[in-house]
Design a protein around this ligand. Sequence first.
Ligand code: DAH
Length: 359
Amino acid sequence: MLATIDRVEGEMMAEIGSTPDLARLDELRVALLGKKGRVTDLVKGVSSLPPAERPAAGQAFNELKRSLEAALLERRTALAEAALEARLLAERIDVTLPARPRDGGRIHPVSQVTDELTAIFADMGFMVAEGPDIENDFHNFTALNFPPSHPAREMHDTFFLEARQDGEPLLLRTHTSTIQVRHMMANKPPYRIIAPGRTYRCDSDATHTPMFHQVEGLVIDRRTHMGHLKGCLIDFVRAYFERDDITARFRPSFFPFTEPSAEMDIGCRRTKEEIVVGEGTDWLEILGCGMVHPNVLRAVGLDPAEWQGFAFGMGIDRIAMLKYGMPDLRPFFDADLAWLHHYGFVPLDLPTTFSGLSR
Ligand code: DAH
């Protein structure tokens, strides 16, 4: 009996050692040690031995099982390591290769348009400035020359937040003009910035959402004048709408933080279904602008006798709707994948003024 055990142990060990993969190893484990396995069969023979030989045979079988189990485990570990090694080799990726655009992810039109207008203004020498969404009265109103009783301060426009512990009342900024104030207070002139960002007003219909996006522009220098404002903004709309023939006009308007103030209209053709920019005889309001009010310059510590310049503010969602023909603003913020797939942009087509903005 003991000689048989020795012989089968040699055979079984050889079988384990030559198993090519994990699945076969598992089959072999069952074939050897399972309920109907070969070792189990042999163990049954112990009962037919003379009683004196049984303990030795039983012990030998236990040792056989232990060494088979150890050999199986060792082989399993080796095979698993080899499998992992092979997989790592097969799935190796070259991270220096450009990514392949996959069907699925899309860039939101607001991000796309923000990238587009940033590319245009960057070419004109503007830098991007930022500021917080949660603001105080000073940055949102007072420093921008809003009189204490100005209607924009009232509850129906502004989302007011709970006051801070020190009693300072807070609000969600109603425009990105706050960033003019912050940028001028934190930096020395001259300035040439744009500031895209989220803005908030208590308003909701097809073209208004409580959260929307604006881009603010500010140029302050010693001699910057209204002619620079007009040239800069006309250049911008032509670059943005990718048409050199866009006409523009500046209508007198009012903003507390500019004097004189204007609204810029661009030429368009309006039909029942759509608005085509750059054609026709209709006008479309596109942004507010003006020469920065001396009171604003004073509020941030600049001498208006020394410094002057212009500012403008534009709705990003609105110019996105105009350029890409989206009739309703509300789905912009519904996180609807079908909408995003339809109106979104392929991730790797970064807009630049030299390669084309929207292609
Ligand atoms: N802050 C204005 C608004 O939210 C937009 C605006 C108009 C910004 C004229 C300006 C400006 O900088 O000069 O309606």
